[in-house]
Write a protein that binds this ligand. Sequence first.
Ligand code: MG
Ligand code: ZN
Length: 212
Amino acid sequence: MEQDVLLKNNLLAERNRGYFEARKIMALNFLSSPGSGKTSLLEKTIPMLLAHVPVAVIEGDQQTTNDAERIHALGVPVIQINTGSGCHLDALMVNRAVKEMELKDNSLLCIENVGNLVCPAMFDLGEAKKIVIISTTEGDDKPLKYPAMFHEADICVLNKTDLLPYVDFSVPRCRENAMRVNHHLEWFEVSVKTGEGLDSLAARIKNLAEHR
Ligand code: MG
Ligand code: ZN
């Protein structure tokens, strides 16, 4: 049963990917535990990108439309997918959302997945890259506890570095744990609150969008 679900998902994800490639849309899948700051990261980073590339957002959330409203306030197209009891987005949800949106050619599509580090790792949405976000208020062993997610991810963003003086979190140990799971992982350290590190992350995303 589960294999069948994943197989169907993969086929549809490939169709999404073909569509994105044909229209030169850079699709990024943002993943994290609840509360790591995905929406805030998008809120702060998108305005830094808008001068260079049109941006649209798909917001995955189990119940509320709060995150979509925050993104909408930036003036970018956003569509909310409420998954209800579902704990991940799948390729069909993204396929339907994309059909409702008027995505521009040569644009950037940010997909904020449901806050969960487990099954979203298994569901390909057709994105070009997966960006996993962890924060310093979580354990620095998170990459070891959720290896599938860190193995699948292309970029890891450590958020809330402004809290480092107050929390028991070792950045070198976390990074080492992440690299042990996936030595290709690109590593960024940011504080969405103070803005520290966001320049380099935005530059990397801009670079991805330009080379789609
Ligand atoms: Mg959110
Ligand atoms: Zn799930």
